[in-house]
Design a protein around this ligand. Structure first.
Ligand code: C2E
Ligand code: MG
Ligand code: MG
Ligand code: MG
Length: 287
């Protein structure tokens, strides 16, 4: 916060190591409580498929995003607790909770909406989850217990995570053998490049919001989007533009043949009941 408010004076305001450690310990204790008392919940943002040539765009899927309903602080966003969860070993439980909830909600929508339900559920993974030895067995169990079709589940890993580590790459291949889809999240922000995209067993590339938000104002960012879409398409991968907020950003990514978009322009992430309402009011657009 101090960094945002005070620019380069942030050193002056940065909390001491001890204060930070105490704060972390506090969040950790509260997060343990939150898991027990079911204060965590999942919201869903529609992922919209763009059709060229006058076809009607429709919600092809959703992305699951975790939230924490804190008894005092209100709704806490993931940026304020995912890292702590990773460091204190709670990410496994947290991740399993999100995955299971997402699968159950997905199947509930299917039961209610049939053909008109979104066909893909995307769930974010963190490095610590992939690194846990028994974690894939947990995924297999959740798929079995919920009855989720593996091909309808897409797990998202960040670019920097996927690119560097041999072990992680092996885990990704293991996941693929379950029949799950994989997406490379936040593409463009990490260290991998277009030239190494073919090395990763991913089905989808999600172009980071930092590129998309300048798509309509910066020729440089347009070129990067265009190149990413071209390379991904040539490898048979689907592309998603994240964080679309305006019609003109949408126009740009559509012109560059991006397959799908998500962003506030269509909808913010919504709790499951509101997502159902959203899908109902966008009925005409859903094939
Ligand atoms: P992400 O996977 O890149 O998710 C997209 C983020 O962008 C979400 O933030 C979403 O609310 C936000 N967003 C979507 N459209 C727009 C837009 O048009 N404008 C702007 N300004 N933002 C938009 P959120 O929900 O705060 O999540 C932040 C990050 O936290 C996620 O980034 C993801 O990496 C992580 N995360 C969220 N849920 C989970 C989870 O269940 N497990 C793990 N491991 N990480 C999670
Ligand atoms: Mg994501
Ligand atoms: Mg992510
Ligand atoms: Mg992202």
């Amino acid at each position: 916060e101090a960094k945002r408010a005070g620019g380069n004076r942030h050193m002056v305001f940065a909390p001491s190591m001890r204060e930070r450690a105490a704060r972390r310990a506090g969040i950790e204790a509260e997060l343990r409580q939150a898991l027990v008392e079911e204060q965590l919940f999942v919201v869903y943002q529609p992922v919209v498929r763009l059709l060229q040539c006058g076809g009607v765009d429709y919600a092809a899927g959703v992305e699951a995003l975790v939230r924490w309903r804190h008894p005092v602080r209100g709704i806490v966003p993931p940026i304020d607790f995912i890292e702590v969860a990773e460091e204190c070993g709670l990410i496994g439980m947290l991740g399993d909770f999100v995955l299971e909830r997402a699968c159950r909600d997905f199947l509930d929508w299917r039961a209610r909406l049939g053909e008109r339900a979104p066909g893909l559920m995307a769930v974010n993974l963190s490095r610590a989850q992939l690194a846990q030895p028994g974690w894939i067995d947990g995924v297999r169990r959740i798929l079995r217990d919920t009855g989720m079709p593996p091909g309808c589940l897409q797990l998202e890993v960040t670019e920097s995570l996927a690119a560097q580590d041999q072990d992680i790459q092996q885990r990704l291949h293991d996941l693929k053998t379950l029949g799950i889809q994989l997406a490379l999240d936040d593409f463009g922000t990490g260290y991998s490049s277009l030239s190494s995209l073919h090395l990763l067993p991913v089905d989808t590339v999600k172009i980071d919001r930092s590129f998309v938000c300048q798509a309509d104002t910066s020729a440089h960012h347009r070129v990067l989007i265009e190149a990413t879409v071209k390379v991904a398409r040539s490898l048979g991968m689907t592309t998603v533009a994240e964080g679309i907020e305006t019609q003109s950003q949408l126009d740009v990514v559509r012109n560059h043949l991006c397959d799908k978009v998500q962003g506030y322009f269509y909808s913010r992430p919504l709790p499951a009941p509101e997502l159902l309402d959203w899908l109902a009011t966008h009925d005409a657009e859903v094939h």
